[in-house]
Design a protein around this ligand. Structure first.
Ligand SMILES: [Zn+2]
Length: 414
């Protein structure tokens, strides 16, 4: 795998240095010449690129001169950490990246004849993206896919899904958990997928339990981004998360160095098949815990132990400290996990945090107890309110993320 990554990387870096002005300048400034990249360690010679650096540049700076920008497929990121970034891809790149996703789906049990239904945002397709491959497969009765609107209330979603009878159900964890609750309540048997797949927001242990209990089948989590499509997916054998090492180089960086196994760090990726708009040492803004260098199942992929959230979910506190919301989430799970169905931590102001909790009806936790747990972590400097609620409703993006910061008007989860 390493030899393969290095050969792809050398080709990519030479291409970017020769045809993408942004990278040519970046390499020049760092004194890194593309032909010096001979091993994966040499990648460290190239500075890390932040999303903001690409966002404010004109097309000609970030798109390879070998591609005609007018013919590229455009996809806008949801702008979770500010204004969106427009990602451009050639049709061949788009299709190839989809095949990596298809391989991951198959590894967890998706069959060619399955009907997959996703609960998501129904959006208009870019006319340059003909979806020819998907349409041809669909016409042959293979890899059929239907999308259902995530904004429908569960009582309308459930009958639609029952009618579609998906073999595999796919969607945001928050949305699927609400459907799971209603399915269990109504004892619906006509909606019985073999398994579920989640993505796009953190699948907390509470949400996983609700979905698995509501459907009586397993759920598998996927980690993808608009920039690079599939980044990682859950191993069906070990529960670790495989990184898609033959499509990208996945680094976990902490204080400028690679994270050790078991250590939390920021994700930096290099897309080995993105030539129209290259992403080389690109910081995704996600926090993960690095796992073993090779999965125990024998697959040739390195692993992540946990996807913990986004870097903008760090809550800065008035006393100068900052704490990642996931840290609070872990503490809540340890203290009262079995009595919490879902939670959402919202930093409304630097000095005010709101914790919304959907309690387990059979054994609800006392707000005072949750208050004490969170207070131990955040100290006395910020106001804290704990609210027991019936449901956590999706926001304008259709998601109901466990962590939100209202500082800097940032939007939740990509
Ligand atoms: Zn594995």
């Amino acid at each position: 795998m390493t030899a393969y990554q290095v050969s792809r990387l050398r080709e990519l870096v030479a291409h970017a240095g020769a045809t993408v002005p942004y990278y040519r300048r970046l390499f020049d400034r760092a004194g890194a010449s593309p032909h010096e990249i001979r091993t994966l360690e040499d990648l460290a010679l190239i500075p890390i690129t932040e999303k903001d650096a690409l966002r404010c540049l004109p097309d000609a700076e970030v798109i390879s001169s070998r591609f005609d920008p007018k013919r590229l497929i455009r996809r806008r990121t949801s702008g979770s950490s500010g204004t969106p970034l427009v990602v451009r891809r050639a049709w061949t790149e788009q299709s190839l990246l989809h095949l990596f996703r298809l391989r991951a789906w198959r590894s967890i049990g998706l069959r060619a004849r399955d009907r997959r239904v996703s609960v998501g945002v129904v959006r208009e397709n870019d006319s340059r993206d003909s979806k020819a491959m998907g349409r041809a497969l669909g016409a042959a009765g293979l890899h059929r896919h239907t999308r259902v609107d995530v904004f429908l209330p569960p009582r309308e979603l459930l009958p639609q899904l029952e009618e579609l009878r998906p073999d595999v159900l796919h969607g945001y964890p928050g949305a699927l958990a609400r459907v799971a609750d209603l399915r269990r309540e109504r004892e619906s048997t006509s909606l019985s997928p073999r398994f579920l797949m989640t993505g796009a927001e953190v699948l907390t242990p509470q949400l996983r339990r609700r979905i698995e209990e509501g459907f009586g089948v397993p759920v598998y989590d996927f980690y993808g981004t608009h920039e690079l499509n599939l980044v990682a997916w859950e191993c069906v054998h070990t529960g670790a998360i495989h990184t898609c090492d033959d499509a990208l180089i996945f680094e976990v960086i902490v204080d400028g160095r690679p994270a050790a196994e078991g250590e939390r760090g920021e994700v930096v990726v290099t897309g080995l098949y993105s030539y129209a708009m290259p992403f080389i040492r690109y910081k995704l803004g996600d926090l993960v815990v690095r796992g073993r260098a090779a999965c125990r199942c024998g697959a040739p992929f390195s692993t992540i132990l946990a996807i913990e959230g986004r870097t903008f979910e760090y809550f800065p506190l008035p006393d100068g400290r900052s704490i990642h919301a996931h840290e609070i989430g872990l503490r809540l799970a340890a203290a009262a996990g079995g009595r919490i169905r879902q939670y959402q931590l919202v930093q409304e102001r630097t000095d005010r945090i709101l914790l919304r909790v959907v309690p387990e009806p059979s054994a609800p936790p006392a707000p005072a107890e949750l208050h004490t747990v969170v207070r131990e972590l955040i100290g006395e400097a910020a106001e804290l309110e704990v609210e027991l609620v019936d449901a956590i409703l999706p926001d304008s993006s259709g998601k109901s993320p466990p962590y939100r910061s209202l500082l800097n008007q940032r939007e939740p989860g990509d």
